[in-house]
Ligand binder design. Sequence first.
Ligand SMILES: *[C@@H]1O[C@H](CO)[C@@H](O)[C@H](O)[C@H]1NC(C)=O
Ligand SMILES: *[C@@H]1O[C@H](CO)[C@@H](O)[C@H](O)[C@H]1NC(C)=O
Ligand SMILES: *[C@@H]1O[C@H](CO)[C@@H](O)[C@H](O)[C@H]1NC(C)=O
Length: 191
Amino acid sequence: MVSRLTPFLGLVLCSATINQVHCDYYSKSVPSSHRKEKVTHLHFYLFDILSGKKPTAVEVAHANVTVGPKSATPFGSLYAIDDILKDGPETDSKVIGNARGLYLSSSMDNKMTLVLYVDFGFTIGKFNGSSIIVFSRNPVTESPRELAVVGGRGKFKMARGFAEVKTHYLNVTNGDAILDYKVTVFHYEEV
Ligand SMILES: *[C@@H]1O[C@H](CO)[C@@H](O)[C@H](O)[C@H]1NC(C)=O
Ligand SMILES: *[C@@H]1O[C@H](CO)[C@@H](O)[C@H](O)[C@H]1NC(C)=O
Ligand SMILES: *[C@@H]1O[C@H](CO)[C@@H](O)[C@H](O)[C@H]1NC(C)=O
């Protein structure tokens, strides 16, 4: 804990003159040679369930006009999600984490596109407590499609990368889906 806080201890740099004390809100910029970049590949399945008594994706807002084709998630619909991540596509596959955040149905044409604002957190194994952040367009009719990984937490601190997503299962009537995520993530671990 102490070593992690060390860079911040130097943050308030003060120089005293006779009458005043000057403090900067920034430290000196130095080469970040104490960090080493790593690459990790992740493979998991996301269960996005809109139907039933315990949906993991719920609509929290929508436009009051219906534009574009009819679908489970019409243009202007905003969903909050707490989707389960599993190591396989089966109902009894092992739960490895959860995807929490929002997605917005954001295409007016019939090429259904969502924009994801989602934190994918892992709850077991080496990356328990760590997460990757996806902020990306998601053209759901394309398979595979590519999403941007823009950041991370814990062991995935300062992550960037991409996810290749395939639709493993989709019920077009109720929107339930199981998605195959293959993620390549570049991140730093302190050495
Ligand atoms: C949508 O909201 C606007 C502004 O409140 C209102 O004028 C319009 O009648 C609403 N449209 C529908 C279909 O409810
Ligand atoms: C994951 O981390 C949490 C919080 O540190 C801990 O309570 C839990 O037991 C860990 N789970 C596993 C499977 O390691
Ligand atoms: C797809 O969803 C509809 C509506 O909820 C349901 O009636 C149907 O059984 C579902 N199909 C499958 C294969 O689960």
